[in-house]
Design a protein around this ligand. Sequence first.
Ligand code: ADP
Ligand code: MG
Length: 326
Amino acid sequence: MKNGKPITLGEFELIRQIQQQAGTAEHLLLGIGDDCAIQRQATDQELLISTDLLIEGVHFDLRWTSLEDLGRKAVAVNLSDIAAMGGTPLSLFLGVGCPQRLSSDDLQQFSRGFLSEAAKYSAVLAGGDTCRSPGPLLISVTVQGCCARGRAIRRSGAAVGDAIYVSGTLGDSALALQQLQRGEVPLRELASRHHTPQARIALGAQLAKQRLASAMLDVSDGLLGDLGHIADQSSVGAVIELNRLPLSTAFRAVLAQNPQLIDLALTGGEDYELLFTSKAQDLEQQADLSPGVTRIGSITAAAGIQCRWPDQSLYQCERGGFDHFA
Ligand code: ADP
Ligand code: MG
């Protein structure tokens, strides 16, 4: 809450404003305003559906997150799941549980961020629900997307000998959050990775189209935990070569002062990069993949995930990945 104003618009006026700004799309026969949205279905496509819940105090903190950035991030983290299947986003559905202390101004900022981020990925807001929350701000986003029949990339397809790749860089978001929680001001390039992550839609779709990935997911809970999901579901193990982890210049600068921070790159959450396995061993050289990918290890027959230094010594990570119920 910026100015302490209570909501001055009623529920229906708010929804009407969102409706006016939501726009439309070719696949959407009927959007916001009726009991259901109506979508056209392409018969050669499969429907991808995913939901994310964002709860104030658990997933975000309004002391350092603006409502507009929160709106952007709510879209990006949700669309990241579509990217992780190699799909293309179509429609978004937005549930908001809004505490009394937020003003209609705050909510308008949120929807401004939400809608502008959705537009970036050609996703359209097709419906939702709006209620009062007696407690924290609560945001639920559901996305529907599509992919060509049989082409969605699951977590279960990794095979022994596959190379492991990750897009972009790891650990920046977790480092920014750690600094924010300590009352420090993160460098802008770190802060933006935390506040306004990007969904790797184009990369995911390209990997699916060219059949380059055998298994894939997005890194939301930390590399080790998320690679663990691929390993479990594919019944394989993995080796990570620590010297190959892709780290930003800003991250490397802090790591040089504190080597233990390598754990943030391994287990810090909210990178929203794509982690995938592939038969192809040379994707680092494939210049048309954007953002570029880094080969960080290989899939093994032996169960478990090992982190290795170049001298072959093993590293035991002290930090666990994020688990809401741990
Ligand atoms: P109902 O009582 O049928 O649930 P609502 O009054 O809750 O209808 O919603 C009216 C319309 O506005 C519906 O099309 C719904 O999908 C849409 N809607 C409500 N809240 C939101 C929101 N936060 N974002 C997008 N659409 C919304
Ligand atoms: Mg409703």
